[in-house]
Design a protein around this ligand. Sequence first.
Ligand SMILES: [Zn+2]
Length: 452
Amino acid sequence: MTQQKKRTWLKEPLAILAEGAEGGLVVEGAQIAELVPAGGHPGDIDETVDCSGLVAVPGLINTHHHFYQTLTRAHPQAINKELFDWLKALYPVWGRALNRESFRLATRLALTELLMSGCTTVSDHHYVFPAGLDDAMDIQVEEAGRLGMRITLNRGSMDLSEKDGGLPPDSVVQTTDEILADCERVIKAWHDPTEGAFTQVALAPCSPFSVTTELMKQTAAMAKACNCRLHTHLGETHDEDAYCIEKFKCRPVDYLEETGWMDGRTWLAHGIHFNDEEVRRLGKAKVGVCHCPTSNMVLASGICRTQELELAGVSVGLGVDGSASNDNSNLMEGVRHALMINRLKYGAAAITHLDALRWATQGSAACLGRSDIGRIEPGMQADIAFYALDELRFSGAGDALAALVLCGAHRADKVMIGGKWQVEDGLPHGVDVARLRAEHGAIARKLAGAVT
Ligand SMILES: [Zn+2]
């Protein structure tokens, strides 16, 4: 006898980002079962949760981050620098600061910040593997599981150090063979391609200036063979263009093509400095781009061509990027920054709050190759973020969905993931926030020179 799944009516939110769901929605088990029109009343309900006063959106999806960087926020040696100088200042600090304990706490802290901002699925690009941190991906699975969040593990990598013409020091790179062996292990252990998956794997060499051409090619081949996704930093700065032209005699997008990465399984972090012809090629290949507005403004990297990319067929998602170039992990704040920077580029009428929210939900889901999350629709996973508009900053707002973005929502009141409440009354289950703040701060002071 099959057990009947519990049906919960999330009743009549103040506003909801879903057509025809003014009366709320019904969650059955892990999925959304039905949308309730205005004034409607669904049948066979086991539980009703009053959502009046709350604004509901699909759980936000973060498609680019570096959790470990929470240990080096506002680092005195790195602030006020652009990407290459910023990286050169931080590589040695990261090499010293990362061990299993600090990495676990950094991961827990970043995940908790994201969850509290309304994020339900994360993708972390981890590429620094100093000696002793071989099980970084496994630690991330444990920590995401503790909070009930979905994670795409990006098994990142660097195998090109200063002595071979790369940017990072020798102490933070691995050999090509070591990297490929661990990629294979991580895929076998954690890649779940099924609907509703909580752990998936993407292969993620760091960038053209920290990875060998051989590793780029072999990683692309492995991703195809194992049917997982590919991720890397590309098109972030003019320095990267100059590096590729000098070293590879071509531009970054040509390099992507030469190494077998112009593929629908690839999504790129940043994707700023593409010319018209490159935008067309990326769209034709169905490559995705994770727009990271906050980081791009902090490092003065440039403005992503979101509109041209989407028109060409590229899926545009959203990411906070690492917590040393943001310097926080709040994806709802990223939505607001996306609205602002894109308005500056394209005009106030061309980019709405709905566009910015779409990037953080549907667009991000497409970047991660997922069709089961990112929208509030029957059959989708029940990943939903609810925001209360009771803070001073919302008082007087006339459009509740627009208010989330324009007034600057930054903390969710409730978050559901796969039909389970993981945040209630603004606090996450599974983590003691005060204790986490104390433990993470202590280890960052000890290892990375933090003062708070
Ligand atoms: Zn990044």
